[in-house]
Design a protein around this ligand. Structure first.
Ligand SMILES: [Zn+2]
Length: 235
């Protein structure tokens, strides 16, 4: 399978963007349905004369827009694959949450294909059989957690790398999955609160989950002997 190439133009500077390769530097404007460089949008927000925002508000808005970008890109990739027929044709793939999640993992971790045991592992998450998981975690929840925590997971990865614990993409997926699931109950609580808060206050509540620091419940030795509990305690 070849990584899909989809290009757009940045709605601000007009330069060509490769949606898959530039994913970490992009934001998506829901109103205009355009992709923008995060840097361009940040500059625009900070320099505009009317409705100027403090820089921390700009940061959290841009962060939210980058989550939107990942969602929008996941859909573009699925549609592109479907239209070019480069994958097996399935009905409703763009609405298939399992497919959205695996597509997200493929391009975020820069993989051309996923080993079978990762699929087996994900299936055990969806069914609730994954070790230490108290209840099934559906792909929608896992994708949402993953996208919201991606920046955090990247920091954990950098931290481990500095400590000499290098991981390849496949190891990272297993490791990051363990981190996310160690705080699945926290995510569910947060989601519950979100729905109670209602539409109006959702933006401020969005920030809160981002600030939840995952904690491993028990020492959790994984491949490469990098202890999640140790790392999370230190970050
Ligand atoms: Zn730009």
């Amino acid at each position: 399978m070849i990584v899909v190439k989809i290009t757009r133009k940045c709605g601000i500077c007009g330069e060509e963007i490769n949606l898959v390769l530039d994913i970490l530097d992009l934001v998506y404007d829901e109103k205009t349905k355009r992709f923008l460089h995060a840097k361009c949008e940040k500059e625009r927000l900070l320099s505009r004369k009317r409705g100027r925002m403090p820089s921390d508000e700009v940061d959290s808005l841009v962060e939210k827009m980058s989550v939107d970008a990942r969602e929008a890109i996941a859909k573009c990739v699925t549609q592109k694959r479907r239209s070019t027929g480069s994958r097996n044709r399935e009905k409703n793939t763009s609405d298939n949450p399992k497919r959205l999640l695996t597509d997200y993992l493929l391009y975020t971790y820069d993989l051309s294909c996923m080993p079978k045991y990762i699929y087996v592992k994900l299936a055990s998450v969806y069914s609730g059989k994954y070790e230490g998981l108290k209840k099934p975690c559906p792909p929608e929840d896992l994708l949402d957690m993953w996208q919201r925590k991606q920046a955090y997971l990247n920091r954990v990865y950098e931290y481990n790398k500095q400590k000499g614990n290098c991981m390849d993409s496949i190891q990272r997926i297993s490791y990051d999955l363990a981190i996310l699931l160690s705080r699945y109950d926290g995510y569910l609580e947060w989601k519950e609160k979100q729905s109670l808060l209602g539409e109006q206050q959702q933006e401020s509540a969005n920030v809160i989950y981002e600030n939840i620091i995952p904690r491993a419940n028990k020492p959790n030795r994984h491949k490469g002997d990098v202890s999640i509990a140790d790392v999370l305690d230190e970050i």
